[in-house]
Unconditional design. Structure first.
Length: 190
């Protein structure tokens, strides 16, 4: 837990862009270090998940679904993996587009993505906050930490609350027997 967010690439290089995604929120923190300057901002999901985004995913999925192959059953079985890869690639493309990154392979930035969620966040939100502040401090200075501390705290608090709500809802569904993810040895649905 000590080195919660390692924001260096192999070889000790710093990335050009760091994305801190809070899965249950509509905002993500962007630390853009391209060109030696640091630009910190919040990017809203509505700026990424546009009509063009969904059309792009649909087109890519349609191509995967209709691809001719000698192994049609294997093709269908692998569709969830292909869809996940398609969505991940498309999301990254649209995020980078919103940040003004050209799709020129020679100028493509290095990107690190942190998913800020899960057990570490619910168990030790203060350490998660310190990890995010360390990223800002290391790459942008103490002034950036002071400027963004309130937003970081808010995002962590909101994500933690959403995780607790989701967990409570899942537990409630499990206790009612409404969840396919939970079962009991004594269950008899006949």
């Amino acid at each position: 837990m000590k080195d919660l967010f390692n924001s260096q690439l192999p070889g000790g290089e710093r990335p050009d862009i760091q994305l801190c995604i809070f899965p249950h929120l509509t905002e993500m923190l962007v630390v853009d270090l391209r060109g030696g300057a640091s630009n910190i901002s919040l990017l809203n999901a509505s700026d990424v998940f546009t009509t063009e985004f969904f059309k792009s995913v649909e087109e890519e999925f349609s191509e995967s679904l209709r691809a001719h192959t000698n192994f049609p059953f294997a093709q269908l079985i692998n569709l969830p993996i292909q869809l996940e890869e398609t969505i991940r690639d498309t999301v990254m493309s649209f995020i980078l587009d919103r940040l003004g990154v050209t799709q020129d392979p020679d100028e493509f930035p290095t990107v690190i993505v942190f998913i800020v969620s899960g057990g570490a966040l619910t168990a030790q939100p203060d350490q998660v906050l310190e990890g995010l502040k360390k990223i800002l401090r290391d790459h942008c200075g103490e002034a950036a930490v002071e400027e963004w501390q309130e937003d970081l705290s808010r995002l962590i608090t909101e994500e933690s609350a959403m995780l607790q709500n989701v967990s409570a809802q899942e537990l409630n569904e499990a206790l009612k027997g409404d969840s396919p993810d939970y079962f009991t040895l004594w269950e008899n649905r006949n």
